[in-house]
Design a protein around this ligand. Structure first.
Ligand code: IPM
Ligand code: MG
Length: 357
């Protein structure tokens, strides 16, 4: 019997609803596999702003760092949009990623056969898609200096800087190469090396590293072409490695191949404590209605088991239960086609737990 302490940040919007189902799934896993999970809640994002005035209180950072893994819901909402930049909910999320040193963001996009018709793309295009986007998460234009708006009135100039050091490129590429080794051994590095100096360095460093991974077939693609190829023939990709901004954009595009962004989980690893969150946002429009799809949050709990706690069998059980729910035709509102009765958030949680084996 192992004991694990899990930090919870439910966040805003649908965050608390979907995270609650993910916690129930972890509890059920604990019972079935004999683990003792203890959960501790912390504030971040809009909820933290309302309670403490800042989007990432100090005790959240200390508490999360002392735990074994973090399960994160979602943050943000219209009520905080007019806050100054450094006090927005999103700033809390970025600080948290940075403080945890979670530089490697794994974002799988898998098209389940059961959902092949849920995609807005043709089934013959998306069938068989199984992509892992490895997004650099603590550098690039999100964090680069100088940044800001200077001057006044019509003379104002806004800037951000896309910056990557060799060290930052090497460590994310290493995660991507080793991830590819465990999959179909194809790695596509996405950049904008035809225009950006930072991308030229990126491409050079990634290419140099290929010699250390002779079993991995490395290719390079410009980000504009990658966006096109993702919707043209997504099955050509296995692992994609890219910087923070390109990864943000491409992972949203990849998510829609699967039919619903409500399905996609992510893991942010590389630091001492792994950070697991659904890639969908806080969806304020449906918050509190009990209709949000909890499968991305539940799949994030699966990634927490696999990448955060090294509990492979338990992670497999969660993934298989999600597949079983879909195979049995159960759908939440985001996926239910015409004439299909949509399950509530809680009922989807129940359905997964009932299929945990
Ligand atoms: C994501 C989100 C975040 C990002 C926002 C909420 C700051 O879009 O996790 O993809 O841009 O990284
Ligand atoms: Mg995003």
């Amino acid at each position: 019997m192992s004991s694990f302490s899990i930090s919870l940040i439910h966040g805003d919007g649908i965050g608390p609803e979907v995270n609650t189902q993910a916690v129930r799934v972890l509890q059920a896993i604990g019972e079935r596999f004999g683990h003792d999970f203890t959960f501790q809640e912390y504030l971040a994002g809009g909820a933290a702003i309302d309670a403490t005035g800042v989007p990432l209180p100090e005790d959240t950072i200390t508490g999360v760092k002392a735990s074994d893994a973090l399960l994160f819901g979602a943050i943000g909402g219209p009520q905080w949009e007019d806050m100054p930049h450094h006090l927005k909910p999103e700033a809390g999320l970025l600080q948290l990623r940075s403080q945890l040193g979670a530089f490697a963001n794994l974002r799988p996009a898998v098209v389940y056969d059961e959902l092949v018709d849920a995609s807005t793309l043709k089934p013959e295009v998306v069938r068989g898609t199984d992509i892992m986007v490895v997004r650099e998460l603590t550098g690039g234009i999100y964090f680069g200096e100088p940044r800001g708006v200077s001057g006044s009135g019509d003379g104002r100039v806004g800037s951000n800087t896309m910056v990557y050091s060799v060290e930052e490129i090497r460590r994310i590429a290493q995660v991507a190469f080793t991830t590819a080794q465990l999959r179909s051994k194809r790695l596509c590095s996405v950049d904008k090396a035809n225009v950006l100096d930072v991308s030229q360095l990126w491409r050079e460093v990634v290419s140099e590293m290929a010699a250390d991974y002779p079993d991995v077939e490395l290719s390079h693609m410009y980000v504009d072409n990658a966006a096109m190829q993702l919707v043209r023939r997504p099955t050509q990709f296995d692992v994609i490695v890219t910087g923070n901004l390109f990864g943000d954009i491409l992972s949203d595009a990849a998510s829609m191949l699967t039919g619903s962004i409500g399905m996609l989980a992510s893991a942010a690893v590389g630091g001492p404590v792994g950070f697991f969150e659904p890639i969908h946002g806080s969806a304020p429009d449906i918050a509190g209605k009990g209709i949000a799809n909890p499968l991305a949050a539940i799949a994030s709990a699966g990634m927490l088991l696999r990448y955060g706690l090294n509990c492979e069998t338990e992670a497999d059980a969660v993934e298989q239960a999600i597949r079983a729910v879909l195979r049995d035709g159960l759908r939440s509102a985001d996926m239910a086609g015409p004439g299909v009765q949509a399950l509530s958030t809680q009922d989807m949680g129940d359905a997964v737990i009932a299929r945990l084996g």
